[in-house]
Design a protein around this ligand. Structure first.
Ligand code: CTP
Ligand code: MG
Length: 228
């Protein structure tokens, strides 16, 4: 069984505070997006890649792919939207008619292990939905408006969601269509299945698979890359 993968790269990278969005920033001299695509194509379970970029970055993206991109799987470039959820929905709409399983991955997570991607694909094929996540390492507090602690949430139950998030295509398309119709906006795809009461299984990820969000994250990524 193989899966198609949607890589979302159409964000603005506001928290990074640079002119270029994160996927196009160099890490160790190579664009972040290229690192991510190389990591993904380590998996033999990946059939196609749909890369979602902002319309104004398409040309830059195609240039980078020409320069760095010798991937063994077919890759299509499509345009994203204003919110991540819009970009994912547009990616889903571009999948081929025979697509059965789709893994959705942030371009801003270049340190994805092949084993974790494969496990998420296998888990989605069995259960319908798979969420890569790691156990929370810190104790998490709910805090009220005045900066006062309201409660401590038992850490044993807390997991931090990452990507890939992998689904049966029919399920995730239905979930996105309903969210659009009802005006529901969420920050990850698994949440759209959860609200329909569908099963989402946890696949234990790795702390290395963090999302590059801030300038500090970029420096951490550089250091990890140098360390091999
Ligand atoms: N993303 C996207 N389309 C959007 C927003 C985000 O494809 N409209 C992608 C980003 O390119 C990124 C991933 O979703 O690879 C995770 O989002 P995030 O880390 O929030 O990236 P940005 O939205 O670009 O950053 P920021 O929120 O700081 O502006
Ligand atoms: Mg964002």
């Amino acid at each position: 069984m193989q899966a198609d993968i949607i890589v979302v790269a159409a964000g603005k990278g506001e928290r990074m505070g640079r002119e270029l969005p994160k996927p196009f920033l160099p890490v160790g001299g190579i664009p972040l997006l290229i690192h991510t695509l190389r990591a993904i194509t380590q998996s033999t379970l990946v059939a196609t890649i749909t890369l979602v970029v902002a319309p104004e970055r398409e040309e830059l993206c195609r240039d980078l792919l020409r320069l760095h991109g010798q991937f063994r799987v077919p890759l299509a470039v499509v345009h994203g939207g204003a919110e991540r959820q819009d970009s994912v929905r547009l990616g889903l709409a571009a999948l081929g008619p025979t697509s059965e399983i789709v893994a959705i991955h942030d371009a801003a997570r270049p340190f994805l292990d092949r084993e974790i991607l494969d496990r998420s694909i296998e888990t989605a094929a069995i259960h319908g939905g798979a969420l890569v996540a790691v156990p929370a390492r810190d104790t998490i507090k709910r805090v009220g408006e005045e900066g006062t602690v309201v409660e401590t949430i038992p850490r044993q139950q807390l997991w931090l969601a990452q990507t890939p998030q992998t689904f049966r295509v029919s399920l995730i398309r239905e979930a996105h269509a309903q969210a659009l119709a009802e005006g529901v906006v969420v920050t990850d795809d698994a949440a759209l299945l959860e609200r329909l009461g569908k099963v989402v299984k946890i696949v234990q990820g790795s702390y290395r698979n963090f999302k590059i969000t801030t300038p500090e994250d970029l420096r951490v990524a550089e250091a990890l890359l140098r360390a091999g």
